[in-house]
Design a protein around this ligand. Structure first.
Ligand SMILES: C[S@@+](CC[C@H](N)C(=O)[O-])C[C@H]1O[C@@H](n2cnc3c(N)ncnc32)[C@H](O)[C@@H]1O
Length: 262
């Protein structure tokens, strides 16, 4: 149970003119100061362009979105899919319903950055208005629109991921919890191993962290580890893949990872 309400999240404008929310207790923002929407597109949705041709040929991208937050990464994924004529089949996991309620209120006051984001917010909000927001609404909400699918699941991702059907697999993972310093559970090696297990051959994961212990956990779970793109002045982040080609880590980071795995 949260000790806070939707009204306790504070809105903050990021450097590209898009809005984010700051957590009521630890104050960390849901996105980089450099730009919430820039980060969603360049750090996360950009992975979709680099998927193997065999995945794109299926016409549908199966996304595991860890930490729905304001839904910006989901929106960027939706737009990246639509730009390539692909359908998005997203499973989005979120612990705290107050963040979405805060996002509904924020984007009633302020313009959102994209048509895709507006569509995602409207669809989720319409459902909550019909059924009442959690805890009245079911913890799972499936939305279907223009052939896309969003399965939004409320609860601790360490549990809800395990509750997905045993054969559920993904092409793309957005790993976007708060930082290991303020919110360590979703950086836990067992959780990351379960995420990795659900990635199909060629699948890609993106996260903003460059923490060695996260890279070690991803590598020990059988993934190759590479360097993510820099976003604004932020460090490069991390990409991981089951068998796919990735941009290599810089020399120093590669050596540190190799030493840690030896
Ligand atoms: C950095 S924000 C995510 C921002 C989001 N990806 C977006 O595009 O707007 C991190 C999110 O992870 C959620 N979270 C934290 N712990 C969680 C857990 N154990 N299971 C699922 N979600 C969790 C937080 O409530 C928060 O909404």
């Amino acid at each position: 149970m949260n000790a806070h309400t939707a009204g306790d999240w504070r809105a903050a404008l990021t450097q590209d003119g898009s809005w984010t929310l700051l957590h009521p207790a630890h104050g960390e923002g849901c996105h980089s100061d450099a730009g919430a929407w820039t980060q969603a597109r360049e750090r996360y949705a950009a992975v979709i362009a680099d998927l193997p041709e065999a995945t794109k040929a299926r016409g549908c991208v199966r996304l595991l979105d860890i930490g729905t937050g304001l839904g910006l990464n989901l929106a960027a994924a939706l737009e990246a899919c639509e730009a390539r004529g692909l359908k998005l089949d997203a499973t989005s996991l979120e612990l705290d319903p107050t963040v979405l309620v805060a996002a509904f209120a924020l984007f009633r006051r302020e313009p959102t950055c994209s048509d895709g984001h507006r569509r995602i917010l409207d669809a989720l909000e319409a459902r909550w208005e019909a059924q009442g927001p959690p805890p009245h609404a079911p913890a799972t909400a499936a939305l279907e629109s223009r052939g896309h699918r969003l399965n939004w699941i409320l609860g601790d991702a360490r549990r809800t991921l395990l509750e997905l059907s045993e054969d559920r697999r993904f092409d793309v993972v957005f790993l976007d919890p708060f930082s290991p310093r303020v919110d360590p559970p979703l950086w836990d090696a067992d959780f990351l191993a379960e995420v990795a297990r659900r990635m199909d051959p060629g699948a890609r994961l993106s996260t903003y962290t460059v923490a060695l212990r996260v890279r070690v956990a991803l590598a020990r779970a059988g993934l190759s580890v590479g360097q993510g793109p820099p976003v604004g002045r932020k460090a490069a982040g991390t990409l991981a893949s089951r068998g796919g080609e990735l941009p290599p880590l810089d020399e120093r980071a590669g050596q540190r990872l190799a030493r840690a795995l030896a």
